[in-house]
Structure formats: structure tokens, C-alpha cells
Design a protein around this ligand. Structure first.
Ligand code: SF4
Length: 304
């Protein structure tokens, strides 16, 4: 299999150059997909990269909403999502209709959508956020009330820092982070007492309280480079540790074994190669939705 993978990686590299394509890869993708990335990162970093590329084709290795965001920000480019089955369950937990209902119930509120939402939902809100900038985005709003969709855990985390606003939530969550239990972290900490505990803000409040630091995946990647600690317990999807190990030789990363996102593992090297050969499956969005969804995404990027 490793030989087969090396052959596929070489073919991908050759085809990428021939098609003037760029490969944007999320931190939770399989290791062999991370190996072929032009840009590896979190939603915010990849969204920004998507606005800067000169490539004609964007191959987005992540879940559906990320590829949609790349298309919204680059409507004239071909955006391919190598496996249409890579769908984020949390993004499916809120609809455009849900947002319209919340806005009519709370007319004084501004609406914030986590980027983990469909293009239809983005089209209804005032601004988007990622886990890296959610506090900054909410704090920047003038309105006294905030509708925050769909992740309640992230919303509750933001609320700790923005206490002067009233929050209205929908009822979404990320099953991967919601499933990380304080008891698992306690066992890891007992086994590795010198390790720093880093967790993602999509984790439940009890886990946030137990951690030493709360970061987006990109924040974790930055932190471990400069931290004096040499061991870390990483409370997010476990594939991030592949990147952390590559970038920090000599440092040790302890995964939470249960933290695996099946949606993020749908894309294979074969899928990437096929996408480059056929330039399918493409992300196609209604022009009106692109126009409406671009505004809150761009407003977020302008704040970064
Ligand atoms: S890790 Fe959570 S938020 Fe990210 S794609 Fe998987 S289910 Fe969605």
C-alpha cells in the first residue's frame, strides 16, 4: 500500500501542475492526503488561501461546507470536492429557515454563523466566524443580542469572553468534540503528568474547564511550536497530531482515541486523483446564494 500511495502522490503532483490546480487540505484529513497538500490548515486559513490563489482549479479536501466556502469566495474558479460523501453532520443541524425564524423572534439580534454551515445558511446571516476568530467576531458586533448557529459549545465558549451580549442558540454540536470526555483527559493526564492539555472550543464546557489551553487547530499548531512543554494531550480530531508530529520533531502528542471524524476520512488519494483527471465532482451554487453568502464570509475575513 505505501508503494501504491507513493505512485498516486506522484501522479497527483504531475496532474496538479498540468491543470494549474491547488490542493487545500484540512488538518483532519488522512495523513496521505495531508502529504499532497499545497496548503494545510483550518477553516479560516484555508478560506483566506482560497481568496489568494492564482490557480484555475481548487481541489478542496475537507467537508462539504469548506468546499462551498471556497466556491463562494472564488465563483469564477472550478472548485472540486473529491468525495461528495464528505458531509459535516453539524452543518446539517441548522437550516436557512431556522435562522429566519430566530431572526424574526429576536429582531434586535445580529446573526453569526459558524463557517460549519451550508451556503444557504450563510446567505441569511450578518457575519461568519471560525473557531479561531469567534470571540473577535462576536465582540465586534454592535447589536446587544447575538444569534449564534449551529454549535452551542462554541457559542458558550464565546459567551465567556463577551458577557455584555445576550446569546440565542440553535441546537447543533460536533459529535467528535462533544464525545471527548473529561474522564478520558484525566486518564491521559495521569499517564503523562508533564503534558499540557490543549482542547478545541467545540468541546463541552466541563472539558474546556479541565484544559490548560483552548485553541482552534491552527492555534494548537502555533502554540506547540513555541511552548516549553515537550508533551501534549490533544483534545481534537486525532489526525491533527500527524501534522503536529511532522512540524515538531522530538515533541510528543497524545491523541484522544475516540476523537475521529468519519466525514473527514471519506476522501482518499484515489478520489483526489480522479478529481484532478475529471475535474469532478464540482461545487455548483446558485448565483444569488453566492452573492448573499459572500458578504458575511468576506466581513469575517476582513476582520482577520
Ligand atoms: S470534526 Fe465535527 S465539525 Fe468537523 S467535519 Fe467532523 S463533525 Fe463536522
Amino acid at each position: 500500500m505505501p508503494c501504491h500511495n507513493e505512485e498516486l502522490k506522484q501522479k497527483i503532483k504531475t496532474l496538479k501542475a498540468r491543470k494549474n490546480a491547488v490542493l487545500l487540505v484540512h488538518n483532519y484529513q488522512r495523513p496521505e492526503i495531508q502529504d499532497v497538500a499545497d496548503h494545510l490548515g483550518d477553516s479560516l486559513g484555508l478560506s483566506i488561501n482560497a481568496t489568494k490563489t492564482d490557480a484555475d482549479v481548487i481541489v478542496f479536501c475537507g467537508v462539504d461546507f469548506m468546499a462551498e466556502s471556497a466556491k463562494i469566495l472564488n465563483p469564477s474558479k472550478i472548485v472540486v470536492h473529491p468525495n461528495a460523501a464528505a458531509v459535516c453532520p453539524m452543518a446539517a443541524m441548522v437550516s436557512a429557515e431556522d435562522v429566519r425564524e430566530l431572526l424574526s423572534t429576536h429582531p434586535k439580534a445580529e446573526a453569526v454563523a459558524y463557517v460549519n454551515t451550508s451556503a444557504d445558511v450563510k446567505a441569511e446571516v450578518d457575519i461568519c466566524c471560525t473557531s479561531a476568530n469567534a470571540v473577535k467576531v462576536v465582540a465586534s458586533l454592535a447589536a446587544p443580542e447575538v444569534i449564534f448557529v449551529p454549535d452551542v459549545n462554541l457559542g458558550l465558549y464565546v459567551k465567556r469572553f463577551v458577557s455584555d451580549k445576550e446569546f440565542h442558540f440553535s441546537s447543533g454540536y460536533c459529535h467528535v468534540h462533544q464525545g471527548i470526555m473529561r474522564s478520558e483527559l484525566e486518564i491521559l493526564k495521569k499517564a503523562h503528568p508533564d503534558a499540557e492539555i490543549l482542547v478545541h472550543p467545540e468541546c463541552i464546557p466541563e472539558v474546556i474547564d479541565f484544559a490548560n489551553f483552548v485553541f482552534s487547530t491552527e492555534g494548537m499548531a502555533r502554540h506547540v511550536k513555541t511552548s516549553e512543554a515537550s508533551e501534549f494531550i490533544v483534545g481534537t480530531e486525532k489526525e491533527l497530531c500527524y501534522r503536529l508530529e511532522n512540524e515538531n520533531p522530538g515533541k510528543i502528542f497524545h491523541r484522544v482515541d475516540s476523537a475521529l471524524c468519519p466525514a473527514m476520512k471519506q476522501i482518499t488519494l484515489e478520489d483526489v486523483l480522479h478529481s484532478l483527471e475529471s475535474l469532478t465532482p464540482r461545487i455548483e451554487l446558485d448565483h444569488g446564494i453566492i452573492e448573499k453568502a459572500k458578504r458575511p464570509l468576506q466581513r469575517m475575513i476582513d476582520l482577520a
